[in-house]
Write a protein that binds this ligand. Structure first.
Ligand SMILES: [Zn+2]
Length: 195
């Protein structure tokens, strides 16, 4: 699947080269624009099914009752993994500094859930979702992502799987060689994708 998904990203123009400011605050010469891949509904459904298949062996027979992702990037991933499991697909949103469930979404204490993402880089937003879920007393069984940019180095304290694991360099702004060369970092999606 990994080679397959990487070739899908390439063929959709979703593997961008340049100088990017990631949501984690880090800078990177590469960016994976998952929205361009998830824009294809049958493909999104297929990837959700593949992530389900990757996560299922970690669950020891347990069934999640909800799949939860951080908005906005993870919403479609949660939706499609939830479709595959036949359970609810929810998302958290940032309210001020706090990641929280809104829109009437709720979790019961002890409810078994999965947390998913489009891309994991530092795991920061994933941890925020896990904290929000844990604060409601629900139990995170495992974490899944389409892409793991940390090449497996992020430890979230629960089992996790990704469909594509890549080691992509990323740098703090004050140690970024691209900044040092004088190019400005751009926020992906803040301008039309170059073709
Ligand atoms: Zn930079």
């Amino acid at each position: 699947m990994a080679d397959d998904l990487l070739s899908i990203f390439k063929s959709r123009g979703a593997l961008l080269e340049g100088h990017f400011l990631l949501s984690s605050g880090l800078h990177s010469p590469r960016y994976l624009q998952c929205a361009l891949v998830l824009a294809d509904p049958p493909l999104a459904t297929r990837l959700g099914g593949e992530l389900k298949a990757a996560l299922e062996p970690l669950l020891a027979g347990a069934r999640p009752s909800a799949v939860i992702a951080p908005a906005l990037g993870g919403v479609l991933v949660a939706h499609e993994v939830a479709r595959a499991f036949g359970c609810r697909g929810l998302f958290t949103e940032r309210q001020g500094d706090l990641m929280t469930l809104r829109r009437g979404f709720s979790l019961e204490p002890g409810e078994p859930v999965l947390v998913v993402e489009d891309v994991i880089t530092t795991g920061g937003s994933t941890r925020e979702v896990m904290d929000a879920v844990g604060g409601l007393g629900a139990k995170v069984l495992a974490v899944g992502s389409l892409v793991d940019r940390s090449a497996g180095s992020v430890d979230l304290g629960v089992p996790r799987r990704s469909l594509l694991s890549l080691e992509v360099p990323s740098y703090p702004a004050d140690a970024c060689p691209l900044c040092a060369s004088g190019s400005p970092a751009v926020k992906p999606g803040s301008r039309p994708t170059p073709r």
